[in-house]
Design a protein around this ligand. Structure first.
Ligand code: ARG
Length: 462
């Protein structure tokens, strides 16, 4: 039986790989995305091999030039990917040897695809996390500007989706800002923790060549070489951790999306989304649908699914490397695309919201949103809070019965519920009075919102 010479491990095999199996086991269709990281890793590995005397200067030069040519071929779409060569690593190595001859065959000294792929994913993901965090910062910047602009805009605040207390619209935007701040931090933690270099772990046990791993790590910007070769080739925690952070961030975006969908409906009409972020209906001419917000809400499901996929992929896998782990890439790549795209869409769309201040103000006037303020007023006049709560509850029932808001009741009517109520009560029953009263750190008074906007600006200056 003739040998299939394109296989880099064909030596011990007596028949070619079944064609279906070749396609089934190949990852080159998707792991091409690691190509630039693979070239970077190989370049550093080659420099280290020269330093320890495995390569001479001429061989290193040839390898570097070959890798640069391959990089250019890939960037311009001229590179011919081969499924027979299984994955990105062997495609690039085979091309290198075709270009430069024997020097290319020395590159794999002291290296296995197991430590190679683990290194490539880290290099790639480290870079991509940078993009994610950058996008989050841009969105946060937009939220701060919007919060500043709308610090005095009054929104009915909800709990249980029932009108609760009036809040500043800017304050609500800063709640979104805080969620993103934690997401940004989580992604940073993940990038920091994964910044250790597997190269030199080889297949699983390390290598008998005296590699200078510290040098390679320094060239590639890793903090240290991984301390345990078995762990280094087995570990995909960092992919799981990234996908967990991404799934949480997408969950946050889905909550924002849901509010945007509600608020932009005719029934709420609190905000208008920019036309360039909406679509129409092919049958109903009046429609303007919040598709982007809906899609982001839906895509949160994808990110959560990928996280579960990876957890199950890793569950009960024996150490060290197993081919199962080739399955880590598609969920990872799709999570990255989903997160980066969603954050970008919101960073552009949300600051461009048209805020319907009047509509929100009217809505805040309707739900007895200042009832807590009346209770607090009574407490300040000497009532116990529980008694005040009861009295105000009765007053609200009366007002509902009369079909009007608390602020529209006459002093005489309100005094039926507590004799301590006087003329000054009308100050606390206004929406503005309610907001301004909450002038405490983290509270919704516009003065506090503006303080938090300034604090936010300092936070995002990294
Ligand atoms: N394509 C493989 C992966 O993504 C590379 C490592 C394969 N190693 C091996 N010994 N088969 O996991």
């Amino acid at each position: 039986m003739s040998k299939d010479d394109s296989r880099m491990w064909g030596g011990r095999f007596s028949e070619p790989t079944d064609e279906f199996v070749q396609a089934f086991t190949a990852s080159v269709g998707f792991d091409q995305r690691l190509a630039q990281a693979d070239i970077e890793g190989s370049g550093a590995h080659a420099m280290m091999l020269k330093r320890i005397g495995v390569l001479d200067a001429g061989e290193l030069k040839a390898i570097k030039q070959g890798l640069e040519q391959i990089r250019a071929e890939i960037e311009t779409g001229r590179f011919e990917w081969s499924v027979a060569l299984e994955d990105v690593h062997m495609n690039i190595e085979a091309r290198l040897t075709a270009l430069i001859g024997d020097a290319g065959k020395k590159l794999h000294t002291g290296r296995s695809r197991n430590d190679q792929v683990a290194t490539d994913i880290r290099l790639y993901l480290r870079d991509q996390i940078g993009h994610c965090r950058h996008g989050i910062r841009a969105f946060q910047q937009g939220l701060l500007d919007l919060a500043e602009r709308e610090a005095h805009t009054i929104l009915p605040g909800f709990t249980h989706l029932q009108v609760a207390q009036p809040v500043s619209f800017g304050h609500h935007m800063l709640a979104w800002f805080e969620m993103l701040e934690r997401d940004h931090g989580r992604l940073g933690d993940c990038a920091r923790r994964m910044n250790q270099m597997p190269l030199g772990s080889a297949a699983l046990a390390g290598t008998s060549y005296q590699l200078d791993r510290e040098y390679t790590a320094e060239l590639l910007g890793f903090d240290i070489p991984c301390r345990n070769s078995i762990d280094a080739v087995s570990d995909r925690d960092f992919v799981i951790e990234f996908c967990a952070a991404a799934a949480i961030c997408m969950t946050h975006l889905s909550r924002m999306a849901e509010e945007l969908v509600l608020w932009s409906s005719a029934q709420f009409d609190f905000v208008r989304l920019p036309d360039r972020y909406c679509t129409g209906s092919s049958i109903m001419p009046q429609k303007k649908n919040p598709d982007v917000a809906e899609l982001v809400r839906g895509k949160a499901g994808r990110a959560a699914g990928h996280l579960v996929n990876l957890l199950v992929l890793m569950k009960a896998q024996p150490l060290s490397y197993n081919k199962d782990n080739q399955e880590d890439k598609e969920p990872l790549f799709d999570t990255l695309d989903t997160l980066i795209g969603s954050v970008r869409a919101f960073a552009d769309m949300v600051p461009a919201l048209e805020v319907n201040r009047e509509k929100m103000y009217q809505a805040a006037q309707q739900g007895y949103a200042t009832a807590t303020d009346l209770a607090d007023y009574l407490v300040k006049k000497g009532a116990a809070f529980r008694d005040a709560h009861e009295a105000v509850g009765n007053a609200v029932a009366f007002a509902i019965d009369q079909g009007k808001d608390l602020g529209a009741c006459k002093l005489k009517e309100l005094r039926q519920f507590d004799q301590r109520i006087e003329d000054d009560v009308f100050d606390v029953l206004t929406l503005e009075g309610s907001l301004n009263a909450r002038n405490i750190t983290g509270g919704t008074a516009p003065a506090q919102v503006l303080i938090q906007v300034e604090a936010g600006r300092e936070m995002i200056e990294d």
